[in-house]
Design a protein around this ligand. Structure first.
Ligand code: NAD
Ligand code: TYD
Length: 349
């Protein structure tokens, strides 16, 4: 059986990637390594946790000895690295936590992979999952391509940019076989309600204010999380070694337009009169260093690997809203903190 290490598999995107790989590739054994920080939630994976080709390992990528031993013990053939601190607002409060996990943790993984694979790179692959935020901010025009110069503005994007550089450096210096993708903003089920879409779905349900930063005229390019997971599957198996691919759905939305669309969908779902949820919109102090616009040119992955999003934004948003409305216990556990006990309870069973 091919042993694949997926880091950060209890998080938002990672859980969708783990599910896809565990269910699609019965001849792979998937090891999900996750430290279970506030963002890690094993309740995201209850449907596959008993699968014979799945193992969860609680561990921290910043622990070099532990990572090195893990690689020695399991002889992974591939790594799909998603573990990260991922929220821009938290990075503004505590940049070092981002340096530690995103930079130091990534280099630990690179070192362990290099050591284990050094004399036999054939058939091995280190896949680093990154973000479009490394390219910085666009003005009103233009798109990020794979050759756009890095120009990160937040501690989060600076730490991801740094990790990307280390991955390429290990490729150049030591010949480590890697692939790297930079994806736009994801949305979908299991998204922690600190990010825009899940936070606002939660607040609309709870009749709480919707804090729109600044004037709301910031633009993000949104992709449904399962389409990202499909792209990761494709790049892992068919992407060319030492290549980078941008992933995005050509789906730009100004925050305020997206929030108004979400409010009108939620009015319909909750049986509220049209316009009711939008009354919760509250303009608040802007995020410092707020990037104006992100937009991905995903031509390369489309032309070279044949990837395209499978759902429209309207379809994806409908699936997402329905998921949150049908999983009130998930939201309750996340907002109460009860999800943090899931691992301890399971470990005692
Ligand atoms: P997330 O915050 O939901 O999940 C991160 C996971 O990593 C959590 O399960 C957490 O417990 C784990 N983790 C954190 N620190 C760890 C450590 N030191 N050791 C082991 N595990 C640790 O993040 P996400 O939104 O799912 O993002 C996953 C990856 O995709 C990140 O690398 C992120 O930069 C990238 N990305 C995210 C988006 C997005 O819109 N969310 C877009 C593009 C790229
Ligand atoms: P977010 O979901 O944090 O993702 P990122 O900062 O990585 O793009 O934010 C998406 C956009 O929404 C961004 O322009 C900031 C804005 N935003 C708000 O206006 N209010 C909020 O409460 C949050 C969390 C984000």
């Amino acid at each position: 059986m091919k042993k694949i290490l997926i880091t950060g598999g209890a998080g938002f995107i990672g859980s969708h990637v783990v599910r896809l790989f565990v269910t699609k590739y019965r001849d792979y054994h998937i090891y999900n390594l996750d430290a279970l920080t506030y963002a890690g939630n094993l309740e995201n994976l209850t449907d596959i946790e008993a699968a014979p080709n799945y193992t969860f390992i609680k561990g921290d990528i910043t622990d070099a000895d532990f990572i090195s031993e893990l690689f020695e013990q399991h002889a992974f053939e591939g790594v799909i690295h998603l573990a990260a601190e991922s929220h821009v607002d938290r990075s503004i409060e505590d940049p070092l936590a981002f340096v530690k996990t995103n930079v130091f943790g990534t280099v630990n993984l690179l070192n362990a992979a290099k050591k284990e694979w050094e004399n036999a790179f054939e058939g091995k692959r280190f896949y680093h999952i990154s973000t479009d935020e490394v390219y910085g901010s666009l003005g009103a025009e233009g798109l990020f391509t794979e050759t756009t110069a890095y120009d990160p503005n937040s501690p989060y994007s600076a730490s991801k940019a740094s990790s990307d550089h280390f991955v390429r450096a290990y490729g150049e210096t030591y010949g480590l076989p890697y692939v790297l993708t930079n994806c736009s903003n994801n949305y979908g089920p299991n998204h922690f309600p600190e990010k825009l879409i899940p936070l606002f779905i939660h607040n609309i349900i709870a009749n709480k204010p919707l804090p729109v930063y600044g004037d709301g005229n910031y633009t993000r390019d949104w992709l449904f999380v399962e389409d990202h997971a499909r792209a990761i599957d494709l790049v892992f198996h068919q992407g060319a070694a030492q290549e980078t691919y941008n992933i995005g759905g050509f789906n730009e939305w100004k925050n305020i337009d997206l929030v108004r669309l979400l409010c009108s969908i939620m009015d319909g779902k909750l049986g509220r009169r049209p316009g009711k949820s939008a009354e919760l919109i509250t303009y608040v102090k802007d995020r410092p260093g707020h990037d104006l616009r992100y937009a991905i040119d995903a031509t390369k992955i489309k032309e070279q690997l044949g990837w395209e999003p499978s759902v429209t934004f309207e379809q994806g948003l409908e699936i997402t809203v329905n998921w949150y409305l049908n999983h009130p216990e998930w939201l309750d556990h996340v907002t109460s903190g009860a999800y943090l006990n899931y691992y301890d309870v399971k470990s005692e069973e």
